[in-house]
Design a protein around this ligand. Structure first.
Ligand code: FES
Length: 164
């Protein structure tokens, strides 16, 4: 299930939790895989699933909230329709990620962890996508994009319907 720009309802959250539990609840160290699965399905981790998750895996709500807030990867609010994650790790930096990031921030008129282009794009950092020799790299709505530059990104965003 992929949810882009419509509101999440309780059934979707419940179904996503059941899927995550079916896949991972039986494993040792199940909390992180469950959280990843929830975010993969829903694009963020809604607070409404925490009580049922807590009960299902016998971990306190505080512990679950602590893990979610510790890892910057996890989102507790829905991202914009386009989620742009740019690699900030060393190899991409060496291949020009920083000037690109400056251009992107200016173009979208936002910083990391914010929404830009009138709320159409969420800009997030990631740290290595495993494509280091092809940097600068990014993920756009979960799809890896290599050899990124400002012109290619602008073209790509316009294809996604983003007005810049
Ligand atoms: S450093 Fe960017 S993909 Fe590895």
């Amino acid at each position: 299930m992929s949810i882009s720009d419509h509101a999440l309802n309780a059934d979707q959250a419940h179904q996503a939790l059941q899927t995550a539990l079916t896949l991972h609840a039986h494993k040792e160290g199940n909390l992180l895989p469950i959280l990843h699965s929830l975010q993969d399905q829903l694009r963020y981790i809604p607070a409404s699933v925490i009580p049922a998750l807590s009960q299902a895996i016998n971990r306190s709500r505080a512990e679950i909230h602590g893990v979610i807030s510790f890892y910057t990867h996890f989102r507790t609010q829905p991202p914009a329709p386009v989620l742009l994650e740019i690699c900030r790790a060393e190899s991409c930096q060496a291949r020009g990620a920083n000037p690109l990031i400056d251009q992107v921030k200016q173009r979208l008129d936002c910083d990391f962890h914010q929404k830009g282009a009138n709320g159409q794009v969420s800009l997030e950092p990631v740290y290595c996508l495993g494509l280091c020799s092809q940097g600068p790299n990014a993920m756009i709505n979960g799809e890896p994009v290599a050899h990124l530059n400002a012109d290619a990104l602008e073209h790509y965003l316009k294809e996604q319907g983003v007005q810049l």
